[in-house]
Design a protein around this ligand. Structure first.
Ligand code: UTP
Length: 334
């Protein structure tokens, strides 16, 4: 896909889910706005879309949707991205979210990206004129949605199969040369109330698209960075920071790369890194922090932090110990 072709497509990014697996953070912050590797998850996704040449975006918002809108409208106001919003009042599944995007989506190609996953793919491999599902070969596909491919075409999409028909996991990026067949299939799911595990599934709609005779291929997604739960968010933080490399110099503190520190963060007398993301407005004082994400306006002081996720405006404070330890004694704070 060339930048010219990217200009003519509509990207759809659903972010209406509640994010239960990232509680307590998602009680007060929409999942898409949680930081990872220097900026919110959503900023990674939308910056990548802009770089690709995409100009039209439909976001499906729900849980704390106002916060998402405010963020996107402010950050992308001076860019060429034109954003419209569909509201999903109740999260009834990814298929339902995409269905709600239909009235805001003009005809032509669509690119669907999940709002809690960051991708690195060579989109030039997406041949215009061919609809395709992003996939990645994984060792154990049983935890994922998997595609069965025959003669280069996707024949079947199977959720979490006991006996996987291939090693190709569905990563959550979908390109369709024309949105209509998918929207028609979603209409059918909703009209006939066809749910799987209580929700309208995008994979069920795509299966209908295939069953109705439309060709779907696959395209390889090399980088697939899930942000859906604490462990995967921290792992994504590590991997994206490794890719970006670098770290700023902070007078009076030691910074071990790779680290991302947003302007407006105050780092005092600390050792930060590797793999730390510190957002604006935070104060990090007398700390050793590694492998962690500190969200905006948090305060961490006198503490050793590892594998930690500190929420917006949160406070984490430790103490320095005063010890009088005799010869050959052992004191361990484990
Ligand atoms: P997930 O199911 O992974 O996200 O959906 P979730 O529901 O927010 O999180 P958990 O499972 O409760 O922890 C993947 C993407 O699809 C969006 C989500 O916002 C997320 O970006 N989504 C999902 C919707 O917009 N609406 C839905 O009904 C379901």
């Amino acid at each position: 896909m060339t930048p010219e072709q990217a200009k003519s497509l509509t990207a759809i990014v659903p972010v209406a889910g509640v994010g239960t697996r990232l509680r307590p953070h998602t009680h007060t912050t929409p999942k898409a706005l949680l930081y990872v590797a220097g900026k919110p998850i959503l900023a990674h996704i939308l910056d990548d879309l802009l770089a690709l040449g995409v100009r039209h975006l439909v976001m499906v918002v729900g849980h704390m949707g106002e916060r998402v809108r405010e963020y996107v409208d402010a950050r992308y106001a001076s860019t060429e991205l034109v954003v419209s919003y569909a509201e999903q009042k109740e999260p009834q599944g990814l298929g339902h979210a995409i269905h709600l995007a239909q009235p805001l989506t003009p005809g032509g190609p669509i690119l669907i990206l999940l709002g809690d996953t960051i991708f690195r793919a060579d989109f030039s491999k997406l041949v215009s004129g061919t609809s395709a599902i992003g996939v990645k070969a994984v060792e154990d596909p049983r935890r994922f949605g998997v595609v069965e491919v025959e003669g280069g075409r996707v024949k079947r999409l199977v959720e979490k199969p006991d006996v996987p028909p291939s090693h190709l996991a569905i990563v959550g990026v979908y390109y369709l040369t024309e949105g209509k067949p998918l929207f028609d299939a979603l209409d059918e799911l909703v009209r006939r109330d066809l749910r799987t595990r209580g929700e309208y599934q995008l994979t069920d709609a795509l299966q209908l698209v295939i069953d109705h005779g439309h060709e779907l291929k696959t395209f390889p997604v090399e980088g697939w960075y899930d942000c859906g739960k604490t462990e995967t968010l921290l792992e994504t933080n590590r991997q994206l920071l490794e890719l970006a490399g670098g770290a700023p110099t902070v007078p009076g503190s030691v910074v071990l790369p790779p680290v991302a520190i947003e302007p407006g963060a105050e780092i005092v007398n600390s050792v930060v890194g590797p793999h730390v993301s510190i957002a604006t407005g935070t104060v990090v004082k007398n700390c050793v922090v590694r492998n962690s994400i500190i969200n905006p306006h948090a305060r961490v002081e006198n503490i050793l932090l590892e594998e930690s996720l500190v929420g917006e405006n949160a406070v984490a404070q430790g103490v320095f110990q005063s010890l009088n330890v005799g010869d050959s004694s052992e004191v361990r704070f484990l």
